[in-house]
Design a protein around this ligand. Sequence first.
Ligand SMILES: *[C@@H]1O[C@H](CO)[C@@H](O)[C@H](O)[C@H]1NC(C)=O
Ligand SMILES: *[C@@H]1O[C@H](CO)[C@@H](O)[C@H](O)[C@H]1NC(C)=O
Ligand SMILES: *[C@@H]1O[C@H](CO)[C@@H](O)[C@H](O)[C@H]1NC(C)=O
Ligand SMILES: *[C@@H]1O[C@H](CO)[C@@H](O)[C@H](O)[C@H]1NC(C)=O
Length: 346
Amino acid sequence: MLFKQQAWLRQKLLVLGSLAVGSLLYLVARVGSLDRLQPICPIEGRFGGARGQAEFPLRALQFKRGLLHEFRKGNTSKEQVRLHDLVQQLPKAIIIGVRKGGTRALLEMLNLHPAVVKASQEIHFFDNDENYAKGIEWYRKKMPFSYPQQITIEKSPAYFITEEVPERIYKMNSSIKLLIIVREPTTRAISDYTQVLEGKERKNKTYYKFEKLAIDSNTCEVNTKYKAVRTSIYTKHLERWLKYFPIEQFHIVDGDRLITEPLPELQLVEKFLNLPPRISQYNLYFNATRGFYCLRFNIIFNKCLAGSKGRIHPEVDPSVITKLRKFFHPFNQKFYQITGRTLNWP
Ligand SMILES: *[C@@H]1O[C@H](CO)[C@@H](O)[C@H](O)[C@H]1NC(C)=O
Ligand SMILES: *[C@@H]1O[C@H](CO)[C@@H](O)[C@H](O)[C@H]1NC(C)=O
Ligand SMILES: *[C@@H]1O[C@H](CO)[C@@H](O)[C@H](O)[C@H]1NC(C)=O
Ligand SMILES: *[C@@H]1O[C@H](CO)[C@@H](O)[C@H](O)[C@H]1NC(C)=O
């Protein structure tokens, strides 16, 4: 009897023991797999590629990023800023557009990279005369605190279509990197319309139907005066930018693909920005309820983009869609040709 009890006890202890060892092993494996997914970058951890800059301590940055996050939640005191050598840096890259192309999603996703710090707000420095008149120091003070080795990125989609912006950005930094995220032009135009419509509905105002705005009722042709149409003629805007910047300073992001398959698009951006590849599948998980990817920064912190980002578009007369697609077609071809990126739009 006693023997039996002892055996039972021993077995129980064994089970408990193996459970403990099991969880420990699980934790080790878990941390290990995190490491594998977010490797330290001993070789490729060089920022700026061949320009021979100092080693880029990404792992330390990953940790410090948590600190930055804490700072941002509260108020960063002068003491903390000094203690951690925090700085407010002018952006090294700007997402200049396109409105409704997915600029917010792109910014948030790039922010997964430990070497990237995003300016959360659209600053509208270069497109707004009043802001621009306040000077570059005003702009810099709008930037988030970062570690000197990090790069700051801001996005203001109005930059892409505003006449004065290329020259102004050129004056700040003629070798800055410019990101443009685009979607199929007709879809983008309808999405643009939908956002304006929502604003009107909120204010209880009536609004025209998309068809009426997009098609000139006198000529039955596409109405090129309508802003949502004009914004989608990407090549026209890009050509203005090319008077200041060579095409090598631009990178085109496929906004339609960023939604369905974000990782390869982000990896192209990492390469363009000379960042070591650090965004992995671990950082992006599909939320079936939303039908969108959400972002996972680490085991504790994740984030889904705001719900309004998946607006339902109104139904648009198919003949109008056909007409718009035909209209955009030659501009799209030109855009592919200039940028070297073919996007298979209809
Ligand atoms: C941050 O500063 C503001 C204004 O100085 C103050 O009202 C607020 O309580 C501070 N927040 C924290 C978390 O310290
Ligand atoms: C201008 O932008 C380039 C590209 O991001 C960067 O390498 C360079 O340091 C920037 N120059 C200044 C003065 O910020
Ligand atoms: C919106 O307009 C309708 C019709 O004019 C009116 O009955 C309604 O009270 C308005 N609602 C709001 C929130 O203003
Ligand atoms: C998925 O999306 C739903 C609906 O927006 C949200 O309630 C839920 O928290 C999300 N789940 C995860 C794991 O992000």
